[in-house]
Ligand binder design. Sequence first.
Ligand code: PNS
Length: 165
Amino acid sequence: MNTVKAIYPGSFDPVTNGHVDLIARGSKIFDHLVVAILRNSHKNPLFTVAERVEMLTEAVAGFGNVSIATFDGLLVDFARQEQAHALLRGIRAISDYEYELQMALMNRRLSPELETIFLMPDAKYSFVSSRLVKEVFELGGSVEGLVPEFVIERLKQHGIGNAGS
Ligand code: PNS
């Protein structure tokens, strides 16, 4: 029987409940889902790759068909190496669409056999991003319910923010 493997790539700096929601949806559709953290991002990450792997590993512990990986270089090369059939990306709002469309079409040009599949997270996460979570926490606001509890602990360990709950 053919099995379908997908890659869910991103920075995950840190993983949010929106990401976890998407992973849950993807894990129901695909036989195997690899959550892949980009190692050499141009963005200046708050969390090390090792920390992000640890947080994601904890976040996906309940899903039997989800694994965590890291990658460098072109996403399509990593997908080929993994023998994946699809890329999974989330679209929260129309503002995500342009960037996602550009990436999907570029990836299609680079690897025509690899399909990008978009899923929408639950509407309650449509405004949640890793960037905003970090900003709000740093400024002392609550991010309760937007990220897993252990991510809040990690944010506190980083010594940023003064509330975080
Ligand atoms: O969560 P992000 O930061 O929006 O994820 C962006 C990511 C990691 C999916 C994208 O930057 C990526 O795929 N980078 C790897 C390099 C690459 O393949 N670039 C061309 C993409 S069209």
